[in-house]
Design a protein around this ligand. Sequence first.
Ligand code: ADP
Ligand code: PAZ
Ligand code: K
Length: 256
Amino acid sequence: MSKVIVFDIGNSDVVVGFFDANILKYSLRIKSLKNENALYFEYRILNFMLEKGISKTDYTKGVVSSVVPSLTPYFVEFCNKFLDFDPILVNPGISKLMKINIDNPEELGADLFVNALAAYTIHQKACIVVDFGTALTFTSVNSKGEILGVNIVPGIKTAIKSLFSDTSLLPQVKLEIPEKVIGKNSMHSIQSGILIGYEGLVKELISKIKTEIGEDVTVVGTGGLSSVLTGIFPLFDVIDRELTQKGLLMYGNAYL
Ligand SMILES: Nc1ncnc2c1ncn2[C@@H]1O[C@H](COP(=O)(O)OP(=O)(O)O)[C@@H](O)[C@H]1O
Ligand SMILES: CC(C)(COP(=O)(O)O)[C@@H](O)C(=O)NCCC(=O)O
Ligand SMILES: [K+]
């Protein structure tokens, strides 16, 4: 069983996963810094590998999903230069692994595609994947494994940031739900406004999406901020922070 390296290039973070015999052994989160160059990301990954004793020659396969085109070449080149192979790029538009029932399949984010692939492969039934990233996304899949479509809203941190035009003045808003709904200071007003408001948003969308799918549905939560909205945990059948990484491995196993 070979070892596979996977890269999930998101708008906030790049997550690098190291799989050994289909088990995620290590994972590294690096900020998706647009001003950095290849050297910076190479250094971060090589340093991590050195620290964990991960051997470069053990890895012979790689999969890259990216929703930040400017960063993609750094990770492709990393594989070429240090691991001596060409990684495969997730391309929802041409992949036959899932039927994509949207106007223009090319438009679908590669991360959303692998999320759907992982959720459907694991649960084998209709599902909604709710990804709490920079964007908060809902990807719907029916029981035949067709991707039906997506809902996109600003992510929780993105929504908070959007309240402040100069981000250097951003107050430290802890992602904690206050006890009272009515805020008595700016911090509580934002916390309750955004967090309690988002709980309602997620609840309403899941309910309406379920009705539209019209089948028994599994709801899967994922993404860096999937533990923030504690009040709506019961809406989720499972929270799987490794979902995207698992989908990347499945994509690689199908094509490599
Ligand atoms: N364990 C964690 N606790 C709190 N926030 C986290 C954690 N892991 C990641 N985050 C934050 O969650 C946000 C979304 O991350 P992520 O889901 O990777 O977004 P994207 O895919 O858009 O890059 C980021 O701001 C990230 O720093
Ligand atoms: C919706 C997204 C911005 C989510 O990105 P993320 O929050 O994971 O960084 C990304 O999947 C994307 O750019 N998608 C293309 C548009 C679409 O899927 O319809
Ligand atoms: K993501």
